[in-house]
Write a protein of this length. Structure first.
Length: 202
């Protein structure tokens, strides 16, 4: 899915962007990097994220633990290690903030790539385990900045809404803010979402 949006950006901006999820939707804010999945909607000011001083800002799941992720054959096929506390709360990797207080970024990056291949593991459990591996200090910015669209909570007060599961914004056509942004996207030269086009690219 993310390659579809990158291709659209390349066409509109006439620049060569790599098809690399690590670089997708990163906003450089002086000494901070904010990663945003493609299925999110920013609907309120997020300036307060700049006040986070820990190495990393995340939203922890209310009930899920790392164990649930590493035991899922969908996202972790070969995980074997007794080194980590798998009962630790899990954070969702769809929205996270990194500070330049992380001084060993290349070492962490290399470890993530190597272990994701070794364990056949997706980005979310790898990032959660990296926090323990490298003793990364983490700030929980709560679901104000990563509210699930299908959550029991109302989404009106959330700064960031995440269409994590179920129908995405571009399929549902039921969010006025998303529809307005999508309209502008098309006016600027972007292509209207076509599920058949995306299906053919996957």
């Amino acid at each position: 899915m993310y390659s579809y949006f990158i291709n659209e950006l390349k066409n509109i901006l006439d620049i060569d962007l790599p098809i690399n999820k690590d670089l997708l939707h990163r906003n450089i804010m002086d000494n901070k990097v904010l990663y945003l999945d493609t299925d999110i909607l920013i609907q309120k000011d997020i300036i307060d994220l700049l006040n986070i001083e820990e190495n990393m800002g995340v939203c922890y799941e209310e009930a899920d633990t790392i164990k649930g992720n590493v035991e899922s054959k969908l996202i972790a096929q070969r995980f074997k290690s007794n080194k980590y506390n798998l009962d630790t709360k899990l954070f969702n990797a769809g929205v996270f903030l990194l500070n330049d207080s992380i001084t060993n970024g290349n070492e962490i990056k290399d470890w993530c790539y190597i272990m994701s291949v070794k364990w056949l593991m997706a980005d979310q459990p790898i990032l959660n385990l990296a926090v323990q591996e490298f003793n990364i200090s983490v700030y929980d910015f709560s679901d104000t900045y990563n509210r699930y669209k299908l959550s029991d909570k109302d989404i009106e007060d959330a700064c960031i809404v995440h269409a994590l599961c179920g129908v995405k914004f571009w399929n549902a056509n039921n969010n006025a803010e998303w529809n307005e942004n999508n309209k502008k996207w098309i006016e600027f030269g972007g292509t209207a979402y076509d599920p058949k086009y995306v299906e053919n690219k996957m």
